[in-house]
Design a protein around this ligand. Sequence first.
Ligand SMILES: [Fe+2]
Length: 298
Amino acid sequence: MLDKFLSVRAHSETLCKPLLVEDYSVQPIEFVSPPKWHLAHTTWFWEAFVLSKFATDYKVYHEDFSYLFNSYYNNVGKRVLRPQRGLMTRPPVEEVYAFRNYVSKAVAELLATKPDKNILDIIEIGINHEQQHQELLIYDIKYILGHQPTFTVYDVGFETKAEIHKADFIKIDTGVYEIGHSGNSFCFDNEFGRHKVYVGDFEIANKLVTNGEYLEFIKAGGYRDFNYWHDEGWAWINEHDIGAPLYWHNIENDWHHYTLNGLKKLIQKHLFCTSVIMKPLLMRNGKDAACLQSLNGK
Ligand SMILES: [Fe+2]
């Protein structure tokens, strides 16, 4: 557990290595949190839910930090509201790193005392929580750097990938399926409440969408035909004059997209979405719907 804890803590900081200190505090839009906030919030979590409760004689690093870096845990106290996270130029980045070191050291000391299962379970949630924020951190860093006028490069080694699966459709039959978490392994609370759902038959592609396929959708007038959109989505693309995905730019009739490797020409055969995780959420008769799991060969 200690190794896992330390490696996850280190990974959050590794993700921020390419940033300049100026990149850490900005919040270009409400749904993007500053990287500094993620680093501090994931640290506050350990202080609030583990150290303050279970570490003997633990002294909080700074009494204001709970107010500054709580997110939405109403029962833990007041907090800075989400749209105002980018206003916090204080504490400085350097102090947030000192806060992280202080807290990581205290959690490591607690783990050295061989705490009971109850505490280890909460530590596991803390690790999962920090990993969840690492995903958000990447999204938010991409938004921050991808909205610089110069399309700042985050990682010169980053490459989008080609779709290698042969296109086909998988048929899912009408039936009653179960949805939600089962078993004793970790899950988040919103996965509880396993229940049955009735699903009409449908087909799902056995592969992910490529840039070229998405481009076909645009060229076919996908953003100009309300038939392809739910009412809320249609209102949204009209209100914001949306004609392409976020990070796609049409430059002199040539499509480019911003990736973590800067602004590049769109490669049609590459994946539109680089996510390759697809879990079999639907189960039928208690057996995994293996066809869904195999979509990505995982
Ligand atoms: Fe959080």
